[in-house]
Design a protein around this ligand. Structure first.
Ligand code: PNS
Length: 168
């Protein structure tokens, strides 16, 4: 008996801390969403690293700002990324590369991840507009009153301002 021509969906994961998500992340997630049937944005739960936003808050922001793509799902994981990929049938990790300095570290992780389980990594050059951008810089600049409105989506800016107000 034939079961039609259905094939397994092509899935990829965009992993990260996303504390908070920036326009640089969204550029990569949006482009990945055009290449794969489903993109899972996976937030690392890292209890040993101080963060500005809880994992739930980060996931809420990601869900809100990726809703327009239609094939992006937000999740969290702890432990090894490759174990998460195996458990969720995800054969590809998508990583944005901002500069050669990113490549140096990312290459080692990609080789380790492939060696561990065969999960592959796709390196996607970031839009040069965002080549300097990181969540840490956004937090630092915003903390000291700098304008980050062109670096994060409006929904994230709102939460960032609120969080900094709470801390003052
Ligand atoms: O946004 P970040 O903090 O640069 O993201 C880094 C992340 C989460 C993608 C990376 O640290 C990771 O994959 N951590 C999970 C633990 C793991 O698999 N470590 C082995 C890497 S070879």
């Amino acid at each position: 008996m034939t079961t039609g021509s259905a094939t397994a969906p092509r899935r990829a994961v965009c992993p990260g801390s996303f504390d908070p998500v920036t326009l640089g992340h969204i550029d990569i997630i949006g482009r990945a969403s055009k290449l794969y049937d489903e993109v899972v944005v996976a937030v690392l739960v890292n209890k040993s690293k101080a963060s500005m936003f809880s994992v739930d808050e980060r996931m809420d922001m990601l869900t809100e700002v990726t809703a327009e793509y239609g094939n992006v799902r937000v999740d969290s994981f702890h432990g090894l990324l490759v174990h998460y990929c195996q458990a969720n049938d995800i054969p590809v990790i998508v990583k944005g590369i901002r500069a050669v300095s990113d490549f140096d570290y990312e290459l080692k992780m990609a080789q380790m991840n492939h060696g561990l389980t065969g999960v592959d990594t796709l390196f996607m050059p970031t839009n040069p507009e965002f080549s300097f951008l990181s969540s840490s810089l956004v937090k630092e600049v915003a903390t000291w009153g700098g304008d980050v409105s062109r670096l994060v989506p409006p929904a994230v800016l709102e939460r960032l301002v609120a969080r900094l107000d709470e801390r003052r």
